[in-house]
Design a protein around this ligand. Structure first.
Ligand SMILES: Cc1ncc(COP(=O)(O)O)c(C=O)c1O
Length: 499
């Protein structure tokens, strides 16, 4: 077992994740009050919930029975029986001489693995609504931007067209957009990429190597998880709290995880986190940045959803304004159109050459025409405000339909982004997704977004599609729900998550 830093033990779990240990005080805080009788069953139920929805990551070593009795205020027998109950139900495994570790029951793990397996994307049946992708059609004004870009293209055709750092005009516009948000940026700090996902993979390849650790929040945009593994690093999961009873990131837990695991990189989505919708406050950015500095970890900050704010006032400052070593990733996909395949990396200047070198190992540059289009879109007043207003109306239509037709489903209304993260009152989201798919609605169930399984009482419902489609989809969900809530299913939702 490798040992690091202060003698804390880190183990590699079967799924390549790095295991961490949970302290007794922290476990007691997570568990809170439970007055269900008998006490051991109440404790086991709460722990199952915490493990099932990812707040205690799979592979975490639970505190020893002896140390946890006092903070929980229960007898040793209660803890022993609760842990035995967890093991019997598959939510923990006991390892001789080593302790008890959080686990996913085998049947749920299988569903989770299958939900991620690429099977190709079958053409959707007529009348079906695909809400598995958190993206919609192009922003109005995109076609006009293509036309203007075509007119600008001839002057580029005399050159070789290979621009591994990006089109200078777009680098300058992206740099200006950071400067306008309070983060002074030079064009040379920007590397234009073929989308944000490619940007994440490039940074992982440039800045991590086998044996390193990368901290990832969970639940999270799942393609980022695979992209972050590209440098060969192991992932450490840092659970996000339940959005129904929390405002955002658990900075105490993040600080502890950073100290225990010393990751080289930490990936976070502070703006309308996908899928929870959390927005990190300025004060939390400051605290998070300080914790990263103490742990000497570099932040990879994914701002893909940042432009989509419905807030009237000022948005929090870019994370890199609190931590100058942070690498920021952005994208044109959500603000304008996913088909553009344009994103960017903003990095401290000393790292830019390394990032470009990592990029050209798999991709020599982004299409010049698409970069010209994004440059046009960014230069056109009014496009983003209209996009935001359109999405805000769609969010309200979806939220309204869910509240009326599925009153037991609960969510926190996000102040931006493209999706609702909805908690079901019971049952399994994966089973619901399977039933819904049969009725022509595709949604991504919670486990798709977790690094290690869990979150099966959650479902992500994006509001990027037109309101009528959303309302129709919710109507179908309300029809399917009474049966799906209790149904067992032998098949599964085998789709690849795209966005
Ligand atoms: C947080 C986040 N990062 C990255 C991406 C991928 O973006 P792109 O289309 O620019 O590759 C998405 C897409 O949904 C996302 O939600």
């Amino acid at each position: 077992m490798p040992t690091i830093g202060l003698g804390l033990h880190i183990q590699l779990a079967h799924n390549g994740l790095v295991n961490t240990a949970l302290g007794p005080e922290r476990l007691a805080r997570l568990v809170g009050d439970f007055d269900r009788a008998p006490a051991y069953r109440g404790l086991s139920d709460v722990l199952q919930e915490l493990i099932g929805d990812g707040r205690i990551p799979i592979g975490t070593r639970l505190p020893s029975e002896r140390t946890v009795t006092a903070p929980l205020g229960v007898s040793r027998t209660t803890v022993t029986r609760a842990y035995a109950d967890l093991v019997a139900s598959g939510f923990a495994v006991a390892k001789q001489g080593s302790g008890t570790y959080a686990a996913v029951p085998v049947d749920r793990r299988k569903v989770h693995d299958r939900a991620r397996r690429p099977l190709g994307m079958p053409a959707p049946a007529a009348g079906s609504v695909d809400l598995s992708i958190a993206a919609g059609g192009a922003t109005p004004g995109t076609m006009a931007a293509y036309e203007r870009a075509l007119q600008a293209l001839p002057s580029y055709l005399v050159g070789d067209g290979y621009l591994p750092s990006g089109l200078p005009d777009l680098q300058a516009r992206v740099a200006d957009s950071f400067t306008d948000r309070g983060l002074p940026t030079y064009p040379e700090q920007i590397v234009v990429t073929s989308g944000a996902l490619a940007a994440i993979a490039t940074v992982a390849r440039a800045l991590s190597r086998p044996g390193d650790r990368v901290m990832v929040e969970s639940p999270v945009y799942s393609n980022a998880v695979e992209a972050l593994r590209q440098g060969g690093a192991r992932l450490v999961s840092s659970p996000l709290p339940d959005p129904l009873d929390s405002e955002g990131w658990d900075l105490e837990g993040i600080d502890a995880a950073l100290r225990q695991t010393s990751p080289r990189l930490a990936y976070l989505i502070p703006d309308f986190q996908n899928p929870t919708g959390f927005l990190m406050s300025d004060a939390d950015r400051d605290r998070y940045a300080a914790a990263l500095r103490r742990a000497r970890a570099t932040a990879i900050v994914d701002e893909t959803l940042q432009p989509l704010s419905f807030i009237d006032g000022r948005m929090p400052a870019p994370f890199a304004a609190f931590e100058p070593t942070a690498i920021t990733i952005g994208s044109a996909s959500k603000a304008y159109w996913g088909g553009l395949r344009v994103g960017w990396i903003r990095a401290p200047r000393p790292l830019v050459d390394r990032i470009v070198a990592a990029r050209v190992r798999s991709d020599l540059g982004t299409s010049v025409l698409d970069q010209l289009v994004v440059s046009e879109l960014m230069a056109t007043d009014g496009i983003l405000p209209r996009r935001r207003e359109e999405l805000r109306q769609r969010r309200d239509a979806l939220a309204d339909a869910v509240r009326r037709q599925l009153p037991g489903w609960r969510f926190r209304l996000p102040e931006g982004g493209v999706s609702l993260w909805v908690r079901l009152p019971g049952g399994s989201a994966t089973r619901l997704a399977v039933e819904l798919e049969r009725h022509g609605v595709q949604v991504a169930p919670g486990p798709v977004f977790t690094v290690e399984g869990g979150s099966d009482s959650w479902v992500r419902i994006p509001f990027a599609k037109p309101a009528e489609e959303l309302v129709r989809a919710v109507g179908l969900m309300a029809q399917v729900w009474p049966d799906a809530a209790g149904a067992r299913s032998s098949t599964d939702a085998a789709r690849t998550l795209i966005a």
